[in-house]
Design a protein around this ligand. Sequence first.
Ligand SMILES: Nc1ncnc2c1ncn2[C@@H]1O[C@H](COP(=O)(O)OP(=O)(O)OP(=O)(O)O)[C@@H](O)[C@H]1O
Ligand SMILES: [Mg+2]
Length: 272
Amino acid sequence: MTAPLLEVDGLRKVFVDEEFETPVLKGVTFALQRGEMVAMLGPSGSGKSTLLSILGTLMRPTSGSFRMLGRELTALREAELSDFRNQQIGFIFQYHHLLPDFSALENVLFPHAGRLWRETRAGRERAAMLLERVGLAERMHYRATRLSGGQKQRVAIARALMNQPALVLADEPTGNLDRENADQAFALMTEIQRETGTTFLLSTHDRELAERCERRIYIQGGVVVDAPTSAALGTSPAISARQPLRMVPGEVVAVVDRTSNTTRDDGDRRLA
Ligand SMILES: Nc1ncnc2c1ncn2[C@@H]1O[C@H](COP(=O)(O)OP(=O)(O)OP(=O)(O)O)[C@@H](O)[C@H]1O
Ligand SMILES: [Mg+2]
């Protein structure tokens, strides 16, 4: 069995400001195998978004470590981290975060072109191919503001894949969509995961969608309370056979909220 794509070990996060010290993650440990799609579930306030921000290297943990593709990310300096993030991690958020005055194509191109907008012909072709893949070939040149909610989220999915990341982190990617669009966006992510072997970790309150992921991780009060591993992962012929459109080996994982219909989990907040 090959090494996991991501190994998370004892991650802690305490938010500190003048008023409060808020321990949010209290020792999160789990691993993601290449090519899996995992759902992360947990009550509101349990720390899912915080964890995804840390794994996406958008925020530093207070302690603990995580390795991806054999690199200890907590040890990297800002510049190295930002290169790594740009090349290996794709993001999909609940609210699409598209640049409103840019076209669908330009939005997808953005992670490739960067702020100084250095695009290549191959980049533009890839962006167009991805938009076609998400069913938006005819909307390519529409400004983001002229797209429907479901279409915007499909642009966001294409954008997340632009740089062929090993890992896509999605924070409630269907949370803002109606049932039909949510199902469509989810189906698209699943298909792309299978086609490319890209690993997906997605947080959701939608148990139905979580059940469609290969595996679920449950978070409560800042710790993983349940993370069954799939015995077949890593050795599954279904996974190793995935090739077409291949961008990067990976897995799709979702983080699911087992208790999201019950109480909010605000963790313990105490005065600093
Ligand atoms: N910058 C911050 N400063 C202080 N506390 C914070 C900060 N960001 C988040 N928190 C706290 O961390 C806890 C976890 O928040 P987080 O957004 O990770 O939860 P979540 O599991 O994503 O919830 P939801 O399902 O509602 O999206 C919450 O109690 C929140 O108040
Ligand atoms: Mg959240």
